[in-house]
Design a protein around this ligand. Structure first.
Ligand SMILES: [Zn+2]
Length: 406
């Protein structure tokens, strides 16, 4: 592994090994460093080498890679050499405005030795001068990971409760996604509900970058505690499981609108909620208030049995899931799928609108079981794919690790 930044190179740490000899650990892998620290007998300061000089070049709209490098004083020969070397890994003609290209120069000669470009949250492109040539590689970003716990009580919405605890909104959305088969955060949330989440924060050079995985989560909804533990088994199967090792995944998602689009939280006495609570022959559905154009998702795998004008229902899609269940999505502004198409759970099928008999933008969502409209929030679906029996001891260890923090 190569040292990435000046900050990291500047912190060599000398560790006295148990055997008595001195071993020099360069702090290039902080995860390993943390492991080593447990056996550290003495930490002695060491000479600090001169760090590389780095220059950040922010990609501006409409600027080409060549223009940006030329503007940073890089020679045409180096720019084209880097471009050509990178091409098989990433086409630098596709750089995006707002991202930052890092140029690294050798401190002694001042020569450009490396270019780094972020590809996504997990990987970046490195183009290095090796010998006389440029070589490119896609590398996983070695974040410094901290595990954090946050807890809170819901007074208006999960979103507001999370923000009030200083949570990154991506953690709040991720938390809601963990329970997307369990809780409808636009309909089920009650004042006094509590949440607890153990999650990773990714740091780089001491600066917070983004959240990592959610490791464990708990949501107490109207007095019912739901717990989730992240687990990846030896075969690579990965998901969230309850304390008994049952998967949280279900045949149906609780809500046809993703949490990230539901900004209103729970609304006491609002017509959408109260309309549903008067579940009767005149309204056997759940209404989701959302802006026109809000994406609608299929709550379960199935086939589009109808996509057209449904009279009072406006633009309507029916998905047939199996011989027992189908779902209807009404008043849409436009469709994203066609009749006969197979869809998977969570797939975009259309957009919220106010077509047909509708007093304002909303999604009217119905679940039909054996030809009868039922309350989707009350229907219980069995879990799928529990943790394998042979994996249970490992799962138990994972769970023990986080359970006390929830
Ligand atoms: Zn309705």
């Amino acid at each position: 592994m190569k040292a990435r930044t000046a900050a990291i190179i500047a912190v060599p740490v000398l560790i006295a090994a148990v055997a008595g000899s001195l071993v020099l650990f360069w702090r290039v892998n902080r995860v390993r460093m943390k492991g080593a620290q447990g056996t550290t007998a003495a930490v002695i300061s060491a000479p600090v080498p001169t760090p590389d000089r780095t220059e950040d070049v922010t990609v501006t709209p409409n600027a080409t890679f060549g223009e940006l490098l030329s503007g940073a004083g890089v020679s045409g020969a180096d720019a084209s050499g880097i471009y050509a070397a990178a091409k098989s890994v990433y086409d630098l003609a596709n750089i995006r405005a707002g991202k930052v290209i890092v140029l690294r120069y050798a401190p002694d000669t001042g020569a450009l030795k490396e270019l780094v470009y972020p590809l996504n949250g997990d990987e970046e492109l490195h183009v290095r001068r090796e010998g006389g040539a440029w070589t490119a590689a896609k590398e996983t970003i070695a974040y410094d990971v901290k595990v954090k716990t946050a807890k809170g009580t819901v007074t208006s919405s999960l979103y507001a409760a999370g923000l009030s605890q200083g949570l990154d909104e991506r953690v709040i959305v991720g938390f809601a996604d963990v329970f997307q088969w369990t809780v409808d955060f636009s309909q089920d949330v009650r004042a006094g509900d509590t949440f607890s989440v153990v999650y990773e924060e990714r740091y780089r050079d001491g600066k917070y970058v983004m959240p990592g995985a959610i490791l464990a989560a708990e949501y107490v909804n109207g007095g019912d505690a739901h717990r989730a533990y992240h687990f990846k088994d030896a075969s690579g199967a990965e998901g969230y499981y309850d304390a008994k090792g049952a998967s949280l995944r279900r045949m149906f998602l609780k809500a046809p609108v993703a949490f990230k689009y539901i900004t209103s939280g729970f609304t006491t006495g609002a017509r959408y909620v109260s309309a549903f609570h008067q579940f009767n022959k005149s309204h056997m559905a759940i209404d989701y208030a959302a802006a026109i154009g809000t994406p609608i998702r299929a709550t379960a795998d199935g086939t589009v049995a109808f996509a057209g004008w449904g009279g009072p229902y406006g633009n309507k899609i029916t998905i047939r899931h199996n011989g027992t269940y189908s779902t209807n999505y009404c008043h849409q502004s436009r469709f994203a799928v066609k009749k006969g198409q197979h869809v998977v759970q969570g797939q975009l099928i259309g957009y919220v609108g106010t077509t047909g008999y509708s007093t304002g933008p909303h999604l009217h969502y119905e679940m039909v079981k054996n030809g009868v409209k039922i309350n989707p929030l009350k229907e219980v679906f069995p879990g799928t794919d529990p943790v394998k029996e042979t994996e249970m001891p490992t799962f138990q260890q994972t769970m023990d690790r986080w359970a006390s923090q929830l």
